[in-house]
Design a protein around this ligand. Structure first.
Ligand SMILES: [Mg+2]
Length: 259
């Protein structure tokens, strides 16, 4: 474990799925913790690699679950990607994302035949052979690959589902390219989140249930992190972990005991 820093953080970057809610229900105590952190004047960002939804849709979902949060506190890979593409004016894209998310990128030029980038996000049943093969050909013709995120699977009330990372990995292998990843654990994601808070990495703490995205991301940015044992967490992930969390808690409900 890293040494516990006595520095009071200015901000918490809190993962949503598996940390604040799981399988469609709030995690016990999570709503109260968010209210507590706000009363204590911490700045908050709520992070997710879910790219099937825009920040507006995610905000409505969180409010329906009972969380008192603001839309501009929600930070997902879709938003990080838009910021990334804005920094490359004129670049064209072929999008493999659902319609609501495609509308979110409406300012970005679309080119489905010879784009600069193939952008892959949650596309659900859109990931059929024809769509994947078309993307493969665009990559072989010179397009670069952008992945909104690389999670391999996710849980819903109906069971486990393949996530967009499984299809990104397929395209990377076939085309011999490495995707630029916008979601956690990429540095792009956490840098843009910190910029939006006007915080340095030493001033923020990441909270999440996923070592490979939340804790790896924090470690890459030299940020402190809290791993919670809810959601995706499995005890064997603490044997030879790919990254070391600064602290481990049973759930986010224990966070007010520390800060
Ligand atoms: Mg999570």
């Amino acid at each position: 474990m890293q040494e516990i820093s006595p520095t009071r953080p200015k901000a918490f970057l809190i993962d949503m799925d598996g940390t604040l809610y799981f399988k469609g229900e709030p995690c016990p105590g999570a709503i109260d913790v968010v209210n507590y952190l706000r009363r204590e004047n911490y700045q908050l960002r709520f992070l997710t690699n879910t790219t099937a939804k825009t920040p507006k849709m995610l905000h409505e979902q969180m409010q329906a679950l009972g969380f008192d949060i603001y839309e501009d506190e929600i930070f997902n890979a879709t938003y990080a990607c838009l910021q990334y593409l804005r920094s490359r004016p004129g670049a064209s894209c072929h999008f493999m994302v659902d319609d609501a998310v495609k509308a979110f990128f409406k300012e970005i030029p679309v080119d489905d035949e010879a784009p600069d980038f193939v952008v892959v996000g949650d596309y659900g049943e859109g990931f059929d052979f024809r769509a994947l093969n078309h993307a493969f050909r665009l990559l072989m013709n010179g397009a670069e690959l952008i992945a909104l995120q690389k999670n391999l699977y996710w849980f819903s009330t109906e069971g486990m589902f393949l996530d967009c990372g499984a299809f990104v990995t397929l395209l990377e292998a076939a085309a011999g390219k490495t995707a630029t990843v916008m979601g956690k654990p990429s540095e792009t994601f956490f840098k843009i989140a910190l910029e939006s808070l006007q915080c340095s990495s030493s001033e923020a703490v990441v909270v999440g249930d996923d070592i490979t995205s939340d804790i790896v991301g924090a470690e890459n940015m030299k940020m402190r992190s809290i791993l919670v044992k809810t959601g995706k967490f499995k005890p064997n992930q603490l044997e030879n972990p790919v990254a070391k969390p600064t602290w481990v808690l049973n759930s986010i409900a224990e966070l007010p005991n520390m800060f």
